[in-house]
Design a protein around this ligand. Sequence first.
Ligand code: URA
Length: 209
Amino acid sequence: MGKFVVVDHPLIKHKLTIMRDKRTGPKEFRELLREITLLIAYEATRRVPVHKKEVETPISKTIGYCFDDNSIVVVPILRAGLGMADGILQLLPNASVGHIGIYRDPETLQAVEYYAKLPKLDDSSVVFVTDPMLATGVSSIKAIDIIKERGGKEITLISLIAAPEGVRAVQEAHPDVEIYVASLDDHLDEHGYIIPGLGDAGDRLYRTK
Ligand code: URA
C-alpha cells in the first residue's frame, strides 16, 4: 500500500486552524494554503532525485547535490488545487505544471474529465498532484488515472485535509501512490463534505459563495 503521511507539525496545525475558521477571508485563506502546501511539500519531496555536483566554496572544492528540476511535474486539479501549486513552485521553481479539470456527473456520479493539459510524462517524471480536500477521492483517482495513461509512474498526491473514506479509495485504486496531508479528519457527511473540514475550499479561495 502506498505511503500515507499526515505531516504533523505545529506550524501546520496553527495555520490550518486559521484556515478552518469560518471568519477567515479569501486573502488570508489563499496565503495560508500556499504556506501549508510548501510545508507539506518539504516532506513530500524527500524522494525527488538529486545528482552530485562539484562546488567550490571559498575554502575548498566539495561535492554537493542538485535536483533534477526538469523531471518534476506539478498537477493541480481544477479549481481548488490551483491554490496549492504555488506553494510547491516556491520550492521547485523550475517544475513543469499540468492542469486537470474534473467534474462529477450529477446523474452517474462518475468523475468526468473536462480539461487535461499535461507536459510530456515518462518513467523519470516525478509528479505531484494537488487537491486540497481529499473527500470521496473520486477526482483524485480520476486525475491519477489520466496521469498514468499519459505515462506518469511516480505520483504523489498532496492534500490539505483528508477524510478516511477518500484515503481508502485512493489507496485501493492506486496502491503505488503516496499521499501527504496536513490533517486526517473524522468523516464525510451525506453531501460529501469533510467533517469538521473547512467548508468548500474552492468557494473560500475564490469567494464564489
Ligand atoms: N470539497 C471541498 O471543498 N470541501 C469538502 O469538505 C469536500 C470536498
